[in-house]
Design a protein around this ligand. Structure first.
Ligand code: HEM
Length: 154
């Protein structure tokens, strides 16, 4: 029987690896002139909550849905923030740096899948943060997988 393909969450190193990622990322955000103003009032546990959210997206436990208000709560935190394209681009840049610094797996299969999600999520966050954003029908967190290149792909 074929072995089960690990989830992106498992491959990344689980909750602990994602927490290291978001701690490193928000340390950079706090010092960044484009992003710091947007996050000036974030709670102490914001990095940890985003790690839990990402874990759920990547196929880990559904703890953001069960304990942190779920998809609609995440949406409400972006609403009205008017994220600008250059802020989104910087957000991606700092995420990519943080991934390398904390040593997330750097195989092409994992990175392309994870970065694919971050491009998707950050563009959705930016769109939903505009004052004229269309209401979102989705109520549950979207899951992300390996896409075209699961581990072991030639
Ligand atoms: C894949 C992309 C993204 C994900 C998964 C994500 C996830 C989240 C989550 C889960 C929260 C709520 C945290 C909580 O429950 O406490 C949040 C809040 C927030 N996000 Fe995002 N986000 C993304 C992209 C962005 C981008 C691109 C920006 C801006 C450049 C942004 C700005 C914010 C801000 C300002 C908050 C509120 C912070 C506060 O509480 O003061 N997000 N995000």
């Amino acid at each position: 029987m074929a072995e089960r393909v690990p989830t992106l969450y498992e491959w990344a190193g689980g909750a602990e690896a994602l927490e290291r990622l978001t701690e490193e990322f928000y340390a950079r955000v706090r010092k960044d002139e484009l992003l710091a103003p947007l996050f000036a009032h974030m709670a102490e546990d914001h990095p940890q909550h985003v790690a839990v959210f990402l874990g759920e997206v990547l196929g880990g436990p559904e703890h953001y849905t069960e304990h942190h208000g779920g998809f609609r709560h995440m949406l409400s935190r972006h609403r009205g923030r008017r994220i600008r394209p250059e802020q989104r681009a910087r957000w991606m840049e700092l995420m990519l740096e943080a991934m390398d610094v904390v040593g997330l797996p750097d195989d092409p299969e994992f990175r392309s899948a994870f970065v694919g999600y971050l491009e998707f999520g950050s563009r959705r966050a930016m769109a939903n943060s505009q004052p004229d954003a269309e209401p979102t029908r989705r109520t549950t967190i979207k899951k992300w997988g390996w896409g075209e290149a699961p581990p072991g792909t030639d």
